[in-house]
Design a protein around this ligand. Structure first.
Ligand SMILES: Cc1ncc(COP(=O)(O)O)c(C=O)c1O
Ligand SMILES: N[C@@H](CCOP(=O)(O)O)C(=O)O
Length: 419
């Protein structure tokens, strides 16, 4: 099985349900999509991808949001709260300062629950309904749990979330709580939570909706499709590069799949595919390590730490899909410090755009790669900002300006302003 950009459209197996099937990226085994619950290959435990007999081109898309791209998804509709259609902001001051031909920020924080996870959940929860499962579950650094809780409750299903105790931002826990998820705070990091949820799912206790679930990544493909359509509309060309924060590497895998499918459909040329460029925090950078070492596998980091708690992940489960995505597109991966992330968060905020720390990693990474000359000055770049500022109010307050105490009279306020 090849995840190469030039791979042909795969052949449709005899048991493909209405032109959709699951295929193992390691051994190529195929499975009917909705006859049983499975997350990985029955034969070799490899990661699965959703395959389609017919792939759409840009002309086939109509409507707005994730479901505009229904022809690239397993269904025509899902459990929806109007996800997708997020802004592709111009950021002229950052564009000038970083020194690229064009810079746009695709702000996924503008989704219903404030992160890109909604795009995956609208599809994933629809699949859960199709399979008739009872309880939905995830491990989470926060955003997946918020989205699962919201989409699960929208679909009338129970939700269970496992979070690393003390390492999830306040806004995200509040969301999971208000949407009625059962919240378990685990004495361990995100990777330990995911190990447990995978075991629970394997025992049939819950339906797993982390990005290991291949259907979730189908929804996340639409980020890439929207970016490409936005650039085609504004520049008559797709971006040279897309820079994105990397945690479990779901988005890197999903965007690469979106581009491979467009190439297979003849909608874009293989040579035009944007360079996928991943950014991790220095304290949680196993993908960067693998890219720098030319390794085929990612080494699990047991101890991870960063202020960008959303990407505090040491064992990116989608690495077998994401590593080819970065390499085949001519992209790269870079690690940034927490201080660089905070500086970028402030600079993005100075353009009026509020993002959480993990999101700012994309801009911090672009700035670093441009300074090193790895990104050229004639490139048109999209940076993905994955979550809203209000997700992590403590980080925002710590990065922002302090408030000042004044007396409750105008004269006192005026005097204070003159100090
Ligand atoms: C805000 C935010 N940014 C980035 C990421 C990383 O995305 P991925 O796991 O798809 O690499 C996550 C979660 O993993 C996240 O919550
Ligand atoms: N940042 C994520 C981590 C889990 O990633 P997933 O995409 O595999 O669900 C989160 O918000 O929990």
């Amino acid at each position: 099985m090849s995840l190469s950009l030039s791979a042909d459209q795969p052949e449709r197996p005899a048991d493909a349900d209405e032109g959709v099937w699951l295929e193992c990226i390691e051994c190529g085994d195929t499975f009917a999509p909705f006859d049983d619950v499975r997350y990985t290959c029955d034969e070799c435990d490899g990661l699965l991808e959703v395959r389609y007999a017919d792939l759409p081109t840009f002309d086939d898309f109509e409507g707005e949001g994730v479901w505009r791209y229904a022809d690239a998804l397993p269904f025509d509709s899902g459990v929806s709260i109007q996800e997708g259609a997020t802004p592709l902001y111009e950021v002229p001051r950052l564009e000038d300062e970083i020194g690229v031909e064009a810079l746009r920020i695709k702000h996924e924080g503008m989704n219903p629950t404030g992160s890109f996870k909604d795009r995956g959940m609208t599809v994933g929860v629809r699949v859960a309904a199709e399979l008739g499962v009872g309880r939905l579950a995830c491990a989470s650094t926060g955003n997946t749990s918020a989205a699962l809780a919201a989409y699960g409750s929208r679909g009338g299903m129970q939700t269970l979330v496992l979070l690393p105790a003390g390492k999830v931002a306040a806004g995200k826990i509040a969301q999971a709580s208000l949407h009625g998820a059962r919240i378990l705070e685990v004495d361990g990091n995100f990777d330990a939570c995911l190990d447990i949820v995978q075991e629970l799912a394997g025992q049939g206790e819950a339906y797993l909706l982390n990005s290991l679930n291949p259907f979730r990544l189908e929804g996340q493909k639409t980020i890439g499709l929207e970016i490409l359509e936005g650039f085609l509309a504004d520049y008559d060309a797709v971006p040279d590069r897309i820079v994105l924060p990397v945690g479990n590497a779901g988005n890197t895998s999903a965007l690469y799949k979106a581009f491979r499918e467009l190439v297979q459909a003849g909608a874009i040329d293989e040579r035009d595919v944007p360079k996928l460029t991943g950014v991790q925090a220095e304290g949680a950078a196993p993908m960067v390590e693998a890219i720098e070492n030319g390794a085929d596998e990612v080494r699990r980091w047991e101890d991870v730490e960063t202020r960008a708690t959303a990407i505090r992940i040491g064992n990116p489960v989608n690495a077998p899909k994401a590593l080819p995505g970065i390499r085949e597109t001519g992209g790269t991966a870079v690690a940034v410090s927490d201080a660089e992330i905070t500086e970028a968060q402030r600079d993005i905020a100075a353009e009026g755009i509020g993002v959480e720390p993990a999101s700012a990693a994309s801009v911090a990474g672009l700035r670093k790669l441009r300074a090193e000359g790895i990104v050229a000055d004639d490139e048109r770049v999209a940076c993905l900002t994955t979550g809203h500022l209000l997700k992590d109010p403590d980080a925002a307050a710590a990065a922002g300006v302090d408030s000042e105490s004044v007396p409750a009279d105008t004269q006192g306020v005026l005097e204070h302003l003159q100090e």
